[in-house]
Structures are given as structure tokens and as C-alpha cells.
Design a protein around this ligand. Structure first.
Ligand code: AMP
Length: 504
């Protein structure tokens, strides 16, 4: 039982009457309620024939019962496989055919469509929804509130999370109990979570950030969370006084800053704001500190590895940097082609080793092998460097690197220079096909407040900050940048939209 993440969580519960989860509607669930409900769901899974190692695919909105189901899968040794509720039935059909779950759990409203679509598969289908009367919920209510959590070996899977996969088929990242436990213990420790903490949880729970980073850290430290269905500015402002900590994607923080009510007073009782999953601009970091007196703690990770680096709790939280490797995690910067470690300060691909690194892609041994060096280092595909103080800084995804006229241009550097200009709201820098340069550095920006963005003025202002070859050939203005559910700018969509800009 010791190897099971849930066993570690349960071991650490010292007072079952303490609150675990507050809903926006005012309901409170204690740690004792969590133990009971997860046991009922684990018994329900068993009664449906789900065995250890079976996949349980879940496409629901963010319900409290979805949390119980996640925990029940851990307890039963089943593999939790959360799916973004925005996925279409055709996309769900792919995940079902690939993962072959024993059970698919969905909202009552989509059960007929999904049943028709996955008709031929051997997966059973049950429902779980906000009203609480889905078939799985009804079954769980009849089940005993005791369940003996199964043992799990260090290599046993806790979850499969499909990566968003901008090219080719989505890959299922196999995450073990040990990956999750080692990472959450490290995070709870370095971020100094205690039973007194209340986390404002407005992230989705189909992704590593909201599901693992946020919830596992809360549970391993005995703290509690305010469980919000999504980030809604009004609701977050109303809930903030009861919170001590918040985890978010950068857009949460830019949205808070867009509201004048969010000031030093509104944030004065908070202990910690954490950001990750997408780059937090140095500009936003500084604006946040100026407004609230809090330095956002930025961390870096990915589905395959859980969290990799973090800025310090005590010590300088450096704007634009993602901090130091977590305890037990080794990070190096390597030449993308050869895998040879680069000297300090060189920009290369970020690679790591540690107990947090996943077991591989589900049924894709070749894809898995491509992502590891022969000596075991995992290749993140992110470019970056380590400065003399040991802080890691990300320069962009390797596939977003721009090679213009033979020179490497790292989008993050150009984006930082753009973001520092008073008329720019947000920016994304991409390379587009160009007859002379191969790729032309191109900026897509939004205007800050009511500012006018004059293309030649922007380019002129960048001249003092950037070498000539890094200055965007064009600066295009949009009302907003295309982003996914985790706030990541969809550079592929921009590259497609402007593919013919330089008409070759
Ligand atoms: P995902 O697997 O969806 O969590 O995406 C992981 C990717 O998000 C990483 O490989 C990075 O490219 C990006 N990412 C995560 N955290 C950060 C961060 N703090 N700064 C910049 N990029 C980040």
C-alpha cells in the first residue's frame, strides 16, 4: 500500500474533521468526507468490474464528484484518464480506441452521442454530472464508505494524460504513482504549504496543473481549497478574501491586473501566488509586484515530467526566469542535435532526469525512445539557458525557434522586448516563410488599453533593445491572441493564418 499516492495522502491526514474542499455554492467537504466518498467510488468501480491497471476515461465538467472519482482510481489502482470537456465526440472516439478504457465516464447530456460513437468498443459507459444524479453517482451512493487502498509498485500507473499534440496524433503520457508523489511532496515542501493554507483553485482538472500540481500539493499538506468551476473574475474577486494561496496560468494574473479593485489591500492577506503552464511575461511579473507587493512565484513543468523547476519561496523570484530544479531533479542544457551538455550560459534544449519523469507514451515505444537520450536524459523540447546564479530561463519551444538569414532568433527574447513597450498588451513572435531570409521574424501583438500601435514606431523602438536581425519584419495587430485552455498562445494557428504574409 505504501507505493500508492493515495496511501501517502491518507497517512498524512491527522484530523479528518478538517476542511478539504469548499465549493462556490458554500458546501464544505472535510478530509473525512473525502475518505468516505473516494471509498464509495472505488467500490463502485470494483462493482463495475474495473481492475487494477484498467483505464478509466473521464470527460466531465469540473465537479466535486470528479475529484472523488480521481481519488477512487488511485485507491483501486486504476489509471485515471481525464479528457478536456471541449473535446468533440470524434476526438473522444480516438482516445477510447487508443487507450481502450474499461470505463468511460461522461456527462448525462453527452451519453447518447458518445455511446453511438464508441459503440463497437468494449468500454462501458456511465455518467456523472453537476446535478449529482448520473448513473455512477447513483451507484456510488449505494456503496460502502470503506475501501482498502491497493498496493502500487513504484512503476504502476496512476494516470494517462494526453498531450495537446499540435502536430500528429495526441500521445498518452503514462504517469506513475511515484512520479506524482515525489513531485507533490517536493512542491508542498518548497512552497511551504501547511494545513492552514487555503488554495484558490480555478484551474481545469483535466490537465497536470489543476489536477496534480494544485490538488496533490493541497492533499499532501492537509490544506484546503476553494474549488471554482472556472476562472471568473467576479467570482475570484469574491473568493479571494478566504484564500491564502492561488495557482494560475499567466492569463489569470493579467485578468486580475485588469481590474482596479485588485490592489494591495485585496492581496494583503495572501501568502503566495504561483504561475505556470505558459510564460509569465517579466512585464506582468513587475506590474503585479508594483500593484500588490507580491512577487509571483513562477514554476515550469510539463505533462510528461510534472514540475521541473521553481523560483524560490524565500529568495529572489526573478521576473522572466523559472527558477531552480526541484529537489531530486537534475536539469542540464544540451545541444539539440548531439545531446552534448553545453557550457554555462549557452542556449540549448532543456533536459532532465528525476523521479518525476514519466514512464513513456502509451503504446508508442518509438516516440518514447525519441524523447530520451541514450543515457536517460528526457528531452523537453524547450530551449533555454542557466544563468550564473543557477536560474533557468526558457527561450521558447524548439519548434518555435526562428532561423532568419542563418541567425537563431529566440521568440521569448523578442516578446520580452515588445512587452516592455508602453503600447503593447501581449505579443507572440513567430517565423514565417520568406524568400530571402528563409524565415522572417514576425510579431503579432495586441494593443495595451486604448493605445495605438504604429508598426514603424514599434520597430524603431526595438532598435535600442535588439540586434537588427531579431527585429520583426512586420508587427501585426490583433484584438486578442489565440490561446488554448491553459492560456498557451497557439503559435501554429498564427503561422497558418499568416503563412502567405511574405507571399512565397
Ligand atoms: P503541458 O504539457 O501542457 O503542461 O505543456 C508543457 C509546456 O508548457 C512546456 O514544455 C513549456 O513549453 C510550457 N511551460 C510550462 N510552464 C512554463 C513556464 N513557466 N514558462 C514558459 N513555458 C512554460
Amino acid at each position: 500500500m505504501k507505493g500508492n499516492l493515495f496511501a501517502t495522502i491518507a497517512d498524512r491526514i491527522t484530523d479528518a474533521s478538517r476542511p478539504f474542499l469548499f465549493t462556490q455554492g458554500g458546501a464544505v467537504f472535510s478530509y473525512g468526507d473525502m475518505l468516505d466518498a473516494s471509498a464509495r467510488y472505488a467500490n463502485a468501480l470494483a462493482s463495475l468490474g474495473v481492475k487494477a491497471g484498467d483505464r478509466v476515461a473521464v470527460q466531465t465538467e469540473k465537479h466535486v464528484d470528479s475529484v472523488w472519482l480521481y481519488l477512487a482510481c488511485l485507491r483501486k489502482g486504476a489509471v485515471y484518464l481525464p479528457l478536456n470537456p471541449a473535446y468533440t465526440p470524434a476526438e473522444v472516439a480516438y482516445f477510447v480506441s487508443d487507450a481502450e478504457p474499461a470505463l468511460l465516464v461522461c456527462e448525462s447530456r453527452s451519453v447518447d452521442t458518445l455511446r453511438a460513437i464508441i459503440g463497437g468498443s468494449s468500454s462501458r459507459i456511465e455518467t456523472l454530472d453537476g446535478a449529482g444524479d448520473g448513473s455512477l453517482q447513483t451507484l456510488a451512493k449505494t456503496m460502502p464508505s470503506q475501501f482498502e487502498t491497493v498496493d502500487a509498485g513504484a512503476d504502476d500507473l496512476a494516470a494517462i494524460l494526453y498531450t495537446s499534440g499540435t502536430t500528429g496524433r495526441s500521445k498518452g503520457a503514462m504517469i506513475t504513482h511515484e512520479n506524482l508523489r515525489s513531485n507533490a511532496l517536493a512542491l508542498a515542501d518548497i512552497w511551504q504549504f501547511t494545513a492552514g493554507d487555503v488554495l484558490l483553485h480555478a484551474l481545469p482538472i483535466f490537465h497536470t496543473h489543476g489536477l496534480f500540481v494544485a490538488m496533490n500539493t493541497v492533499m499532501l499538506s492537509g490544506s484546503s481549497m476553494i474549488f471554482m468551476p472556472r476562472f471568473d473574475l467576479e467570482a475570484v474577486m469574491a473568493a479571494l478574501p478566504a484564500a491564502t494561496t492561488m495557482m494560475g496560468v499567466p492569463t489569470f494574473y493579467t485578468r486580475l491586473l485588469s481590474d482596479a479593485r485588485f490592489d494591495r489591500d485585496a492581496a494583503s492577506h495572501m501568502r503566495l501566488f504561483v504561475s505556470g503552464s505558459a510564460p509569465l511575461s517579466a512585464e506582468t511579473h513587475r506590474a503585479f509586484t508594483a500593484r500588490t507587493g507580491h512577487a509571483i512565484l513562477e514554476r515550469y513543468g510539463m505533462t510528461e515530467t510534472n514540475m521541473i523547476t521553481s523560483n524560490p519561496h524565500d529568495g529572489e523570484r526573478r521576473p522572466g526566469a523559472v527558477g531552480f530544479p526541484l529537489p531530486g531533479v537534475s536539469v542540464r542544457i544540451a545541444d539539440p542535435e548531439t545531446g552534448k551538455a553545453l557550457p554555462e550560459g549557452g542556449i540549448g534544449v532543456i533536459e532532465l532526469k528525476g523521479p518525476n519523469v514519466f514512464k513513456g507514451y502509451w503504446r508508442m515505444p518509438e516516440k518514447t525512445a525519441q524523447e530520451f537520450r541514450a543515457d536517460g536524459w528526457f528531452i523537453t523540447g524547450d530551449l533555454g539557458y542557466i544563468d550564473p546564479d543557477g536560474y533557468v530561463t526558457i527561450s521558447g519551444r524548439a519548434k518555435d525557434l526562428i532561423i532568419s538569414g542563418g541567425f537563431n532568433v529566440y521568440p521569448a527574447e523578442v516578446e520580452n522586448a515588445l512587452d516592455a513597450l508602453p503600447m503593447i498588451g501581449e505579443s507572440a513572435v513567430i517565423g514565417l516563410p520568406h524568400a530571402d531570409f528563409g524565415e522572417a521574424v514576425t510579431a503579432v501583438v495586441t494593443a495595451r488599453g486604448g493605445s495605438e500601435v504604429d508598426e514603424s514606431a514599434v520597430r524603431a523602438q526595438l532598435e535600442s533593445a535588439l540586434a537588427k536581425f531579431k527585429i520583426p519584419k512586420r508587427v501585426l495587430v490583433k484584438d486578442s491572441l489565440p490561446r488554448n485552455a491553459m492560456g498557451k498562445v497557439q503559435k501554429n494557428a498564427l503561422r497558418e493564418e499568416y503563412a502567405k504574409l511574405y507571399s512565397i
